[in-house]
Design a protein around this ligand. Structure first.
Ligand SMILES: *[C@@H]1O[C@H](CO)[C@@H](O)[C@H](O)[C@H]1NC(C)=O
Ligand SMILES: *[C@@H]1O[C@H](CO)[C@@H](O)[C@H](O)[C@H]1NC(C)=O
Ligand SMILES: *[C@@H]1O[C@H](CO)[C@@H](O)[C@H](O)[C@H]1NC(C)=O
Ligand SMILES: *[C@@H]1O[C@H](CO)[C@@H](O)[C@H](O)[C@H]1NC(C)=O
Ligand SMILES: *[C@@H]1O[C@H](CO)[C@@H](O)[C@H](O)[C@H]1NC(C)=O
Ligand SMILES: *[C@@H]1O[C@H](CO)[C@@H](O)[C@H](O)[C@H]1NC(C)=O
Ligand SMILES: *[C@@H]1O[C@H](CO)[C@@H](O)[C@H](O)[C@H]1NC(C)=O
Ligand SMILES: *[C@@H]1O[C@H](CO)[C@@H](O)[C@H](O)[C@H]1NC(C)=O
Ligand SMILES: *[C@@H]1O[C@H](CO)[C@@H](O)[C@H](O)[C@H]1NC(C)=O
Ligand SMILES: *[C@@H]1O[C@H](CO)[C@@H](O)[C@H](O)[C@H]1NC(C)=O
Ligand SMILES: *[C@@H]1O[C@H](CO)[C@@H](O)[C@H](O)[C@H]1NC(C)=O
Ligand SMILES: *[C@@H]1O[C@H](CO)[C@@H](O)[C@H](O)[C@H]1NC(C)=O
Length: 814
């Protein structure tokens, strides 16, 4: 492929002598509708602009050859107008719709949100959120959750699930969508992507890896528009996520490589700009990184309204325009599309080569055939059309065949799974005086507005005051069909134990009151405080505290109750300023567990399940301790003034706290158990005869050069449950690179983990296979992954700061 990669020598995207204005799609002037950003390196600095990588590579069918042949045959039968329809969404029953072509027996495509539930549906399950799933550090749960979700999407007639999320990765503690994704670490997120996608696709539904790429904040993720009469103008363009090439590869692209590796059907490009050009027309990202370097064979769809050009986007690598209207939210569907009929025009006037449009459709149809979606795929449940507020019937431009069975119950036994997933995601952060597990207390006091039932409906898109939080807001939420609240589950358990439960759910009142008025007739044995923290799409978090004066609630209760147990249902990081309070005996982070929330937490609180969740991020002492806050309050009015510089480079989350030796309250990977564990006998054995610094240049496969995925070392440890109860822990492997690695290499990086359940006294050997990628850095000069020579230090322990076993391996270029 012709590309400008070879010109990138300084390690910064396009920090070469190339004047990108002269190259290709990111600065096209021959498309009246393309988005043209003037490149000015004085303003933009060394990175923050993106070289053109053209043309958009054809798919080769690599990995799914038979389906690829069928897709090619399908395309050969299409008229140019049908081709235009195939790459352009249209309002209809689902969140995204591709029109049927009855003469070819093609029933169209239905795309539905989102990463924890089929959102626009009835009789469907609300699973745990991504942050909870990541907290399990459990491959089997990640797969099972993905698979069961996939079955629900398919049974409701959705061909494509808009799930899972690896962007945001968690650069900023404050980002409003972190909870939809997994962990503030590329390795753990990569594994989570891989298992979730395999789960979805094994169930017959196409997965969508999103949001590609650099979607690390919500503020100004879309442009600011102004409408004057019928004319809508951009006042300010969206934020530009500006990052260097090494950071791109080692952090943000990493988990997406796992997605490509397991043949994820589609990628969704993100709203914001990336190094200056919109992510959905960024040819470096879509053509260069994704389709060339990672060998991605599926299709790139836009985020809803994330398209800002026609020809430039098509040439930049975008294959499918959603929802299909002109661009941003709020614009009239009837106003037309950058794609649609414009594709016909552009092909007919010679601006776009029809083979490019063919490739777009081949990429869309190959996974469809690969997953057998052409045979007996369920019809779209008509109830979804009724629930679809995004494109209600009044907006439809075409008729849809909605003759299938209405309101199908697709939940199966998933409630039982969700209960288990929630319990195993629960993270025990503090446990003094064996406060937990509870020993059948006879008198319990429950506090907090997160304890009880939801009072404002089961499809909550707002930060309601009363009721437990099981998910955040936006397209990643779900519609509950029932909810087991913590209070309901505690009441049920207390009844079995013949206990009394006192409750007080008004946070404002608790914070201001002497809660001993509840002490009837004697003080309770335990006070359980339920706190919550909201986050939603399109807004970043304003602070890292718990919501609804939760900190004051804890202080009020703990001032009089010497056995105060705090449970949080939170989108992510909370700074827990009362964590050292002597009367706060236990702290439990339960995140967003889904519909069985109460049962999941009861299983842990009462000891039916030993907690085994581990933090997928770092809890610092203070919100100001975190680096990389979202870029906000740009007060200047220049069109391109929203710029976010990823100057911390590789140092996000624990990499930053480690590099700067900052004490934290609870470190990445931390979480207690009801048992104790011991690690011993670390070994490290090479799995190949000789290890070269650079990978063999094998033909690109989905996921990139297959040599990068080859296991080259096996590290083993012996793990023993030295406590009294059946329990699990997660041995974690961190790698410290040799000194010869380039400046900026993190102090240590997660490169292996395994969730292991053991009976009391039982031991097991745990193996961590290290792949070539795990021991490499991205070399900006050679544009390849390189293993540095010298001594690697490999540590295995129970968290990023509780490392027990150490072994060193020395690698030299053979
Ligand atoms: C680039 O920006 C600088 C600083 O605003 C300005 O002085 C210069 O004229 C600009 N160059 C071009 C080519 O627009
Ligand atoms: C894609 O394949 C077509 C033949 O089907 C060819 O004409 C076109 O040049 C190819 N495009 C690229 C970018 O290789
Ligand atoms: C709106 O457009 C009209 C005519 O196109 C123009 O006269 C007027 O100044 C515009 N108003 C604003 C606020 O830009
Ligand atoms: C073509 O795209 C332009 C915007 O670039 C839009 O105004 C127009 O309506 C589109 N045409 C059709 C037929 O969709
Ligand atoms: C061809 O059509 C496209 C889509 O309408 C338009 O953007 C482009 O400007 C046209 N080019 C020419 C040369 O007419
Ligand atoms: C509508 O869908 C049903 C079920 O797939 C099918 O039997 C029927 O032929 C379709 N009707 C039309 C008009 O396409
Ligand atoms: C909660 O308590 C506050 C403070 O006393 C009061 O203002 C508020 O009305 C109460 N809320 C409800 C729903 O009772
Ligand atoms: C802890 O709780 C006891 C009541 O059991 C109370 O007397 C004491 O003041 C509390 N301690 C703090 C630091 O609030
Ligand atoms: C905690 O408070 C209870 C009830 O007031 C009391 O019986 C118990 O001794 C206290 N425990 C401690 C460790 O102070
Ligand atoms: C957090 O840090 C800020 C700035 O250093 C300081 O003003 C504030 O008091 C700290 N908050 C806590 C709870 O320590
Ligand atoms: C923008 O204005 C706000 C409010 O005056 C101020 O706090 C903030 O620092 C300003 N931001 C910048 C980047 O100057
Ligand atoms: C790595 O070690 C584990 C534990 O001993 C073992 O199960 C696994 O087979 C080993 N992997 C390879 C590739 O030898």
């Amino acid at each position: 492929m012709a590309s400008v990669l070879s010109l990138v020598v300084s390690g910064l995207l396009a920090a070469s002598t190339v004047n990108a204005q002269n190259y290709g799609s990111d600065s096209r002037t021959d498309d009246a509708f393309s988005y043209v950003q003037p490149l000015n390196t004085t303003i933009l600095g060394p990175y923050g602009h993106s070289p053109a990588v053209l043309p958009s590579p054809n798919s080769t069918g690599n990995g799914w050859e038979a389906a690829f042949e069928k897709a090619k045959q399908f395309v050969a039968l299409l008229t140019i107008d049908e081709k235009a329809d195939m790459v352009t969404g249209t309002p209809g029953p689902c969140v995204g719709n591709i029109l049927a072509i009855p003469r070819l027996g093609f029933n169209g495509l239905c795309l539905q949100d989102g990463p924890l539930s089929i959102r626009v549906a009835d009789y469907a399950s609300v699973f745990s959120a991504g942050v909870s799933a990541a907290s399990t550090w459990d491959r089997a749960i990640l797969y099972e959750r993905g698979h069961s979700m996939g079955k629900e999407f398919k049974a409701k007639g959705a061909h494509v699930a808009l799930s899972p999320v690896a962007g945001p990765l968690g650069r900023s503690a404050y980002s409003g969508r972190n909870w939809e994704g997994f962990a503030a670490d590329p390795y753990l997120t990569g594994v989570a992507m891989e298992y979730t996608i395999r789960g979805h696709q094994d169930a017959g539904v196409q997965a969508t890896a999103k949001h590609f790429i650099g979607n690390e904040q919500e503020t100004q993720r879309n442009p600011t528009w102004s409408t004057n009469g019928t004319v809508t103008d951009v006042i300010q363009e969206s934020i530009s996520a500006n990052m260097d090439d090494r950071t791109m590869h080692e952090l943000y692209l990493w988990p997406f490589a796992n997605a490509a590796k397991v043949n994820c059907a589609s990628f969704m490009c993100s709203y914001q700009r990336l190094n200056g050009s919109y992510a959905c027309e960024n040819s470096k990202a879509l053509n260069g990184l994704l389709k060339e370097e990672l060998g991605f064979q599926g299709y790139v769809m836009s985020d809803w309204g994330g398209v800002h050009s026609g020809v430039a986007s098509i040439e930049g690598g975008l294959d499918l325009n959603f929802p299909g209207g002109l661009g941003s939210y709020g614009m009239d569907w009837k106003a037309g599309s950058f794609f649609g009929k414009n594709i016909t025009l552009a092909v007919n006037n010679g601006t776009v080569d029809e083979t490019r449009v063919d490739d777009m459709i081949i990429r869309i149809m190959t996974p469809y055939y690969w997953l057998g979606q052409d045979v007996d795929f369920p019809t779209v449940d008509p109830s979804s059309a009724d629930l679809n507020t995004f494109s209600p019937r009044s907006t439809w431009l075409h008729e849809f065949n909605l003759t299938g069975e209405r309101s199908r119950d697709v939940r199966e036994d998933h409630g039982e799974q969700i209960r288990r997933h929630g319990a195993q995601a629960t993270i025990l952060l503090k446990n003094e005086n064996n406060a937990l597990p509870l020993k059948a207390p006879k008198s319990i006091a429950v506090f907090g507005n997160d304890a009880g039932d939801d009072t404002q409906g089961f499809y909550n898109q707002v930060d309601f005051e009363y009721g437990t939080l099981t998910a955040g807001g936006g397209s990643g939420t779900g519609r509950l069909t029932y909810l087991v609240s913590p209070l309901a589950a505690i009441n049920a358990r207390a009844k079995q134990d013949g206990a009394i439960v006192q409750q007080w759910l008004n946070n404002t009142l608790i914070a201001e009151s002497d809660v001993t008025t509840l002490w009837v007739p004697t003080p309770p044995e335990v006070c359980i405080v339920f706190l919550k923290t909201w986050a939603e799409e399109a807004a970043d978090r304003a602070h890292l505290s718990v919501d609804w004066v939760g900190d004051d609630v804890v202080e009020s209760v703990a001032s009089v109750c010497n056995n105060t147990i705090v449970v949080t249902h939170s989108s992510g990081i909370n700074t827990l300023p009362w964590a050292d309070h002597v009367n706060v005996t236990a702290i439990v982070a339960a995140h967003y567990p889904g519909q069985e929330s109460g049962n999941s937490i009861i299983d842990v609180l009462y000891g039916d399940v030993s907690p085994s969740g581990k933090l997928p991020y770092t809890i610092a002492y203070n919100g100001t301790d975190y680096n990389a806050p979202p870029t906000t309050a740009i007060n200047t009015t220049g069109v391109y003034d929203w710029q976010s510089w990823f100057d911390e480079k590789l140092e996000i989350d624990y990499r930053y706290f480690d590099a700067n030796d900052i004490d934290v309250r609870y470190e990445f990977g931390f979480g207690l158990s009801y048992s104790t564990f011991k690690l011993a006998d670390i070994t490290a054995e090479p799995l190949v005869e000789s290890i070269t610094a650079t990978p063999e240049q094998l033909p690109i496969q989905p996921g990139g050069n297959p040599a990068l995925w080859e296991s080259i070392y096996n590290v083993t440890v012996s793990l023993t449950n030295t406590g009294e109860v059946y329990a699990a822990t997660v041995p974690q492997l961190y790698v410290t690179f040799p000194d010869s690695a380039p400046e900026g290499t993190p102090v240590k990086q997660l490169r292996g983990f395994e969730k292991v359940w053991l009976q009391a006294g039982e031991s097991q050997t745990v193996g961590f296979e290290l792949m070539r990628r795990d021991l490499s850095y991205w070399d900006i000069v050679s544009q390849d992954w390189v293993i540095p020579t010298g001594e690697f230090t490999i540590k295995v322990g129970f968290s990023s700061r509780d490392l027990k076993e150490v072994i060193k391996i020395t690698l030299v270029d053979a």
